[in-house]
Design a protein around this ligand. Structure first.
Ligand code: SAH
Length: 552
């Protein structure tokens, strides 16, 4: 999966065009120069930003002069490393100029963007202009055998040679290629391994499947089998294995090393014809690259993720990737909305009910059918959130075996206590505890007991779920217990909607604190006896708990 593009803008005048392009690539992030324009993400230095995007192989759509882009990337161009598509687009949308990344599909992107902006793309690649297609950038499911040889081939065609196609190249039918029966140049579309002659271009369709029964020494065995069969390993479309191997780590590693999908077949799956058999490994021939990707099904994946407190910049890249790759998303509607941008093809299973276990089971059912599923929590998924519910559902004796074969992962996020603490300074800089004041899933007496012990132990405390309409009196009772251990001048921090547009932070004393100041969107931090506060330059206050504790 290639990275989503980055749209980079310098000022507000480019924002409208940026959003139009974003509509075309919903996962694209708009990077705006800080202080000049409010975009999805702020940056400070244009050149550094462009270079780091380039190095991480991110397609770049820069809404500014082509010259600025060229000058910024120039130092990186000498050594051929990653070369993502790079385009300059006039900020008013009147021109689209593909600059770099010819083999990464830059011209295709330029055409898409130009169509969206209703202008024509400034395509300058001769072969593509003349032939209406880039022979060296075949569509998904096809791979070029040798790029260097390919370049010569295209320049020969530009020099007047004609071409004959041997094999099946459906995407070339619309092109303006110089076809002739008795052509001097031949394009072979074949799974066969052959040494290419200068008058040939070789493209391998990914139509071969390796059906395996175990993972021992598999990479080497696949290599040998292809060689014995005279077939090109670049034509390998996927590994197929029986469902019993779904959790096999070695097999997953081999597929990852070979950069091919791993799919699993059941007893009654129809398989394409065999072209080679060697020991317990078979090569099967699918009818087309598309057909090759429909045999069997992938191992389903269930990612339990934490969005962080709210702002996109506090979401980890791993979580963003899991969201981008998801086919199904489950969670409270508010959280699913916070996970945007999402694509239309991603299914949202929003629920407002409190049936966490039910949601966890639903997630496993989807994942066990081979889908990529994400269960969304705010903050961290392991802190008073869905990760524990998901594991509880899995440990149930009634959980079907297929659920255990799902690739389950928990991806951490920034929890509300940490986000609130960071805003205030470092109130959790010494030992602390996290307590949910909700007695929905535990007896109130247990909460009282824990508050009493945490108070006696002089731990700083962060209260989650401090109060709600259904639980109106509990916070007052909790504060009564805390006050038996702490003086009225104990420092308190209230964080409400931290990381969200309505964010509010308040520093006060335990003596001043009343339950009316708190609602269910608030995180309450009660300092220890050592927690301190002092004025900031801007009139607010810093709060911290020193790292060292006084000797008795
Ligand atoms: N998994 C979440 C917590 C879920 S419990 C996390 O790790 O943050 C829900 C409680 O978390 C709320 O009642 C509130 O006390 C707190 N909370 C969650 N997000 C918050 C935010 N952005 N600002 C302040 N408190 C928040």
């Amino acid at each position: 999966m290639t990275a989503s593009p980055a749209i980079v803008i310098l000022g507000p005048s480019a924002l409208a065009t940026g959003r139009l392009i974003q509509a075309l690539y919903p996962q694209a992030v708009i990077h705006g120069l800080s202080g000049r324009v409010e975009a999805d993400q702020a940056y400070d230095d244009f050149g550094d930003t462009l270079r780091s995007l380039y190095r991480s192989d991110t397609p770049i759509i820069a809404l500014c002069a082509a010259g600025i882009v060229i000058r910024s990337l120039a130092p990186l161009l000498a050594n051929k490393g990653a070369e993502p598509p790079v385009l300059a687009v006039a900020e008013d949308g009147s021109a689209v100029v593909p600059l770099l990344g010819g083999l990464g599909g830059v011209n295709r992107m330029a055409r898409e963007i130009a169509a969206e902006l209703q202008v024509s793309a400034a395509i300058t690649t001769s072969g593509e202009l003349r032939f209406g297609t880039c022979l060296l950038d075949p569509p998904n499911g096809y791979v070029l055998a040798d790029i260097e040889q390919g370049k010569h081939f295209v320049s020969d065609l530009l020099g007047g040679e004609s071409l004959r196609v041997d094999g099946d190249a459906p995407w070339l039918e619309q092109g303006k290629l110089p076809m002739a029966e008795d052509a001097g140049r031949t394009l072979h579309i074949t799974t066969a391994q052959r040494t290419t002659r200068p008058d040939e271009l070789l493209i391998h369709p990914r139509t071969l499947l390796a059906l395996v029964e175990d993972a021992d020494n598999l990479a080497a065995r696949i290599g040998q089998t292809f060689e014995q069969a005279g077939l090109a390993q670049k034509s390998l479309a996927a590994l197929l294995a029986p469902q019993t191997l779904m959790s096999d780590k070695q097999l997953a590693q081999v597929a990852a090393d070979l950069a091919v999908p791993l799919r699993f077949i059941g007893a009654d799956d129809a398989l394409p014809p065999q072209v080679k058999h060697s020991g317990n490994l078979q090569l099967l021939q699918a009818a087309s690259p598309d057909a090759a990707q429909t045999i069997g099904r992938p191992r389903g994946r269930l990612s339990v993720i934490g969005l962080g407190p709210g702002a996109a910049e506090h979401m980890t890249p791993a979580v963003r990737r899991a969201l981008d790759e998801a086919q199904d998303l489950l969670g409270y509607e508010t959280y699913v909305r916070m996970a945007e941008p999402l694509r239309d093809d991603q299914v949202r299973h929003c629920s407002d009910n409190r049936e966490e276990l039910q949601r966890a089971r639903h997630a496993f059912e989807l994942a066990a059918s081979g889908r990529r599923v994400v269960v969304i929590s705010s903050g961290d998924p392991g802190v008073f959130a869905m990760a524990a519910a998901v594991l509880e559902a899995l440990e149930e004796t009634a959980a079907p075996a297929e659920w255990h074969a799902v690739k389950l992962q928990v991806l951490p996020g920034v929890s509300a206590a940490l986000a609130t603490a960071a805003k205030a300074g470092a109130p959790l800089g010494h030992d602390f505890c996290l307590i949910s004041l909700s007695d929905n899933l535990k007896p109130w007496a247990v909460i009282e007991n824990r508050l009493d012990h945490a108070g006696a132990a002089d731990l700083a405390m962060a209260f989650y779920n401090p109060i709600s309409k259904a639980r109106p009196w509990q916070l007052g009772r909790a504060l009564d217990i805390v006050r038996t251990h702490r003086t009225p001048d104990t420092v308190v921090v209230l964080g409400r909607d931290i990381g969200r547009p309505a964010e509010a932070l308040r520093v006060l004393s335990l003596g001043e604190l009343t339950p009316e100041m708190v609602d269910m969107r608030t995180l309450v931090i009660i300092g220890s006896s050592q927690t301190r506060r002092f004025p900031r330059g801007d009139g607010d206050e810093w709060v911290y708990t020193p790292r060292s504790y006084p000797q008795p």
